[in-house]
Design a protein around this ligand. Structure first.
Ligand code: ADP
Ligand code: MG
Length: 153
């Protein structure tokens, strides 16, 4: 399946990409946000939430593990598993219960819960490049690919 790669020169470019994406993401979607500390994963999530109509504060879930957002007919669950000591914490915390047909799940550091965290429908990978970020978006099945095609065509 095709990858979509874009250079995001500054934070505004990341927020703009998030706005573009938000219009095409359908619920019951699990998105992995890949990339090191400071790569811009939470920034992109903030852009998505803004675009989906949330105008409050978007906090990084580094300490809380998950921040939940109730939007118009849609829920967004934003995870940050960086502080997991072991993958089993995913089950211990009952995090599967946050997934349903109305939910878009955005997961930072999914590899910390490997074997327990739901499979991704789509991965957004970010890395530092010069003063900006390189962003590559990959769909993992046909329906997710269709969302990306309509987003970037
Ligand atoms: P992460 O969640 O991956 O740890 P953050 O989203 O918290 O990273 O962002 C870390 C820093 O990177 C923030 O200061 C943010 O403003 C900056 N940043 C985000 N996107 C970009 C970009 N496209 N270009 C330059 N800086 C960016
Ligand atoms: Mg973060």
């Amino acid at each position: 399946m095709a990858d979509y790669t874009q250079f995001l020169a500054d934070e505004a470019a990341s927020l703009a990409l998030a706005h573009q994406l938000a219009a095409h993401l359908q619920p019951a979607l699990t998105v992995y946000l890949a990339g090191d500390l400071g790569a811009g994963k939470t920034t992109l999530t903030r852009g998505l939430l803004r675009a989906l109509g949330f105008d409050g504060t978007v906090k990084s879930p580094t300490y809380t593990i998950v921040e939940s957002y109730e939007l118009d007919g849609l829920k967004v669950e934003h995870f940050d598993l960086y502080r997991f000591q072991s993958p089993e914490e995913w089950m211990d915390a009952g995090l599967d219960e946050l997934f349903d047909a109305n939910t878009i799940a955005l997961i930072e550091w999914p590899q910390m819960a490997e074997g327990f965290v739901p499979q991704a429908d789509m991965t957004i990978a970010l890395s530092v490049q010069d003063e900006g970020r390189l962003c590559t978006i990959t769909a993992h099945h046909e329906l997710a690919q269709k969302m990306l095609t309509s987003c970037f065509e």
